[in-house]
Structures are given as structure tokens and as C-alpha cells.
Design a protein around this ligand. Structure first.
Ligand code: HAM
Length: 441
């Protein structure tokens, strides 16, 4: 029988685990530098949590089944609905704004391909209970800084910023009714990946004879790169009979968001880009995605404002904005830019001894240093004295305590630095050995 890893799932041998932990540690310290608090939620949730709330795209990718208690359940494809539920339940007792983050595994039944797997890790960062654009700015800044923490800069990645609310108003201007908005937004989200014929066919269902004019207008909107170009674009839209759609307050808000990010010195990382619509159904305001600077490849991260989701899930109204970064595309980029740290598994100290009677002393001292938090290698299997030296060298261990019968008879032990070749003789007491090694490591 052949037990292979399932498609889109990964095993993490120690070298891969080392890199995964490096990414997780960096994510955690970036979030903590903004004073976000870590939370977690169940990996398995009621299926209902994702139906309608996340949108068709994710619902079609769920790993779901009926459990033995006849419950419809799903492995979580994203954190946002769980977060909205847990914050919603505690809405009245939590101090606002709630600033929370999580690092956890997500599951989506997608076609495995570059940048897309069926199990992946996400770093989710969200601010809940704050309506002001300052929260959007804080999150975009945190996203940028989290990527910079890996040694990347504005030459390596960009955050593309758009506005769902402006998109909705734009579609209403073109005569789209509320009920049709989700499906038109979903077409706009996928349009870059479609061929022109399919796109036109799908758009015609909604725009009928106005399709060609709409497409021309969208092409112009897609060219917009700055807030002032955006302003000019919306001012230039011809007035339509019976249509009074006001775009100005959203453009102003976008201006405030930009100047806040500018004040943080982050303007080089950001570009207006209305090709960003976001596939998830719950977004209500500014939306953004981070990409490799050339724009190639899949998104490194995505997020935005979702002011209605918490109320829908819990009945308690609370504004929210957040993003999630995935480990798969991030690692591809880090490899591309040679920013992956080298895996060097190594203990701090080896214990080397000449014979049986010395072994007991070495074991006692090794145990003491392990309890102090040092990574200590001790030969589990009997090995010749010379073989122990060779073994420590092969493992790349820098220091060793060496136990010979002569030294031990004087209650002493040797401390060797493999790099310099130096050896010193010290007293064999826990305090002296600890002090000696503390000075070196
Ligand atoms: P999302 O855009 O669906 O947003 O996912 C965010 C990131 O997760 C993507 O940019 C990508 O890096 C990674 N990702 C998604 N699917 C896969 C996959 N199949 N394989 C590998 N990586 C993947 C959300 O999940 C929202 N819940 C983000 C959010 C948080 N919005 C507000 N708060």
C-alpha cells in the first residue's frame, strides 16, 4: 500500500519546520510590536458559519462533512468568520478597539498549484470596534512592516489599495441593483484571469446594451494609480439621467488614508488599484492586497473592512478591518529574494567523557545545564572518546565540556571551544560551569 501525503498537504521535516517557525516567530513579533494580542479558534467549525458569510468562492472550496452527531461541519478555510463570532459574543465586555492576531492552519479544497495548496498557514490581524480610517491605516502599516521584517522592501512588494464602497457606487451608477451586486463584484474580482470573451458574456447578463460602455469605463478605472487620478476619473463620469451617485466622500476618505500612511513613511509601498475587488463577500470598505512588486504571482496577503459581518453573526454591531497573509506565497517570495535563513541544527554544548565513571558526572552536569535552558548533546549510545569529538564536530557544536579521569580527580573539567581550539580548565561545580558557558554563549 502506498500512503502518500494528500495533494495540497505538506509534511514538515525539521529543516522545513525550522523555516515555518521562523515565519511564525516573525509574524508574532510584528503583531506584538503593534500591541495586537494573540487568539485562536477551533479548526473545525459549523458549516453554517461559512455559508453566505464568506461568499461562493470559499464555500465551493470547503472541506466539509457530517460528523457522527449528524452535524454539518467544515475545516476552517479562513479565520474571519470565527473571529467575528467570538468577538461578537463578547462585544459588550471587550474594551474597544479590539486588536487581535492569530497564526493558524486553514484548509481550502483548491487545485494545488504554485502559491495555492489545500492546507496552508495564515497570519490574521484584525482591529474590531473602530470605524475610523486610522484603523485601516494601522493595519496596512502592520501588513507592510510584517513583510519588511523578513528583509523585504518596496522594491520587492507593493500593497494595492481599492475601495469596495466606491466599487458599489460605481456599479450603481451603471444601473446595477443591490441584488445583483455580489455577482457583478465577483466577475470584477476574477476579470483579470478571464479571457475577454467570457468576461463580456458574463457582463452582458447584467449590463445588457450598456456592456461596451461599461467595459470602456472600467478599463479607464483600472489605469488609475493615485488618489488625484481617481478624483479626476469620477468627476469626468458623465451625469446619468435619474442617477445621483456621490463619490466624493469616499475619495476624501481614501485621501486621508493615504496621507496617514504617508506620515508613517510608507507611501512607496502603496498604489491605488481598482483591479482589487476581493473575492470574499463580507467586505464593505477599503480593500487591499499585497503582491510581489512586479505584480506576478498570487497575492501574499489580502484584507479590508467588513463592518457588517459581526452583526450578521452575533446580532451585536461592531465595525471591523483586517488582513491575512499566507505562508505559501510568502515563502516563494523569500526564496526568490534569497531571504530564507539557513537551517543549522546544532546544540550549544556537547558533553564528552573518557569512560564509565566519568559518564555519570557528565550526565549529572548535562542535566543541570539542560534545566538552565541550554541545548545540550549527550551521547545516548556508548561511543569511543575520539568518536565523541568527531560527532560533536559533525553536528557543528561549538563548545564541549570534557571529562577525563585526571581532571575529575581534582574536581575539574575542561571547556573546549572547537572554533578557536582553546581549552580552559575550570572547577566542576554547577555555578562555575554555568558562569563559564554564560560568558561564551
Ligand atoms: P484571502 O485573500 O482569502 O483572505 O486569503 C489571504 C491570503 O491567504 C492570500 O493572500 C494567500 O496568501 C493565502 N491563501 C489563501 N488561499 C490559499 C491557498 N489555497 N493556498 C495558499 N495560500 C492561500 C482571507 O482569508 C480573509 N479572511 C482575510 C481577512 C482577515 N480579511 C479580514 N480579516
Amino acid at each position: 500500500m502506498n500512503f502518500e501525503t494528500l495533494p495540497g498537504f505538506r509534511s514538515f521535516l525539521p529543516d522545513k519546520c525550522f523555516i515555518r517557525n521562523y515565519i511564525f516567530d516573525s509574524w508574532r513579533s510584528s503583531a506584538q510590536s503593534y500591541n495586537f494580542q494573540e487568539y485562536d479558534a477551533p479548526t473545525l467549525e459549523p458549516l453554517e458559519l461559512y455559508k453566505e458569510k464568506s461568499g461562493d468562492e470559499i464555500v465551493n472550496q470547503l472541506f466539509n462533512f457530517t460528523d457522527r452527531g449528524d452535524r454539518e461541519v467544515a475545516l476552517r478555510p479562513e479565520m474571519t468568520p470565527s473571529l467575528a463570532r467570538l468577538v461578537g459574543e463578547k462585544a459588550n465586555s471587550l474594551k474597544r478597539p479590539v486588536k487581535w492576531f492569530s497564526v493558524g492552519e486553514q484548509f481550502r479544497y483548491e487545485r494545488p498549484q504554485k502559491g495555492r495548496l489545500r492546507s496552508f498557514y495564515q497570519f490574521n490581524v484584525d482591529i474590531l470596534g473602530e470605524a475610523g480610517v486610522g484603523a485601516d491605516a494601522e493595519l496596512i502599516a502592520c501588513l507592510i512592516d510584517s513583510l519588511c521584517a523578513f528583509g523585504l522592501d518596496s522594491k520587492d512588494f507593493k500593497v494595492r489599495l481599492s475601495d469596495r464602497e466606491l466599487w458599489v457606487r460605481f456599479l450603481k451608477y451603471w444601473g446595477i441593483q443591490d441584488a445583483a451586486l455580489p455577482s457583478v463584484l465577483s466577475i470584477m474580482d476574477r476579470i483579470e484571469k478571464m479571457d475577454e470573451e467570457t468576461a463580456l458574456e458574463q457582463l452582458k447578463e447584467h449590463f445588457l446594451a450598456g456592456t461596451e460602455a461599461f467595459v470602456q469605463s472600467v478599463k479607464a478605472l483600472f489605469k488609475v494609480k493615485t488618489v488625484s487620478e481617481l478624483k479626476a476619473f469620477f468627476i469626468s463620469l458623465p451625469e446619468k439621467e435619474g442617477q445621483v451617485v456621490d463619490f466624493s466622500n469616499r475619495i476624501e476618505e481614501l485621501g486621508v488614508l493615504f496621507s496617514t500612511l504617508q506620515a508613517m513613511g510608507l507611501e512607496d509601498y502603496i498604489a491605488v488599484d481598482f483591479k482589487i475587488v476581493r473575492g470574499l463577500a463580507y467586505y464593505t470598505g477599503f480593500v487591499f492586497e499585497a503582491f510581489e512588486a512586479t505584480g506576478k504571482g498570487r497575492a501574499l496577503a489580502g484584507g479590508g473592512r467588513y463592518d457588517n459581518l459581526i452583526e450578521k453573526l452575533s446580532g451585536n454591531s461592531m465595525e471591523a478591518v483586517g488582513f491575512a497573509m499566507g505562508d505559501v506565497t510568502l515563502l516563494d517570495l523569500l526564496k526568490d529574494k534569497a531571504k530564507v535563513p539557513e537551517y543549522k541544527p546544532s546544540a550549544d554544548i556537547a558533553f564528552i567523557f573518557s569512560g564509565e565513571s566519568e559518564a555519570a558526572c557528565a550526565l549529572e552536569d548535562a542535566h543541570g545545564l539542560r534545566r538552565e535552558g541550554y541545548r545540550v548533546e549527550y551521547p545516548i549510545k556508548k561511543m569511543a572518546f575520539s568518536k565523541q569529538f568527531k560527532d560533536a564536530g559533525q553536528k557543528g557544536i561549538r563548545f564541549a565540556f570534557i571529562y577525563g579521569s585526571e581532571e575529575l580527580s581534582e574536581k575539574k573539567v575542561k571547556l573546549k571551544d572547537f572554533k578557536s581550539g582553546e581549552e580552559i580548565l575550570i572547577e566542576r561545580t554547577h555555578a562555575v560551569m554555568l558562569k563559564a558557558i554564560k560568558g561564551l554563549l
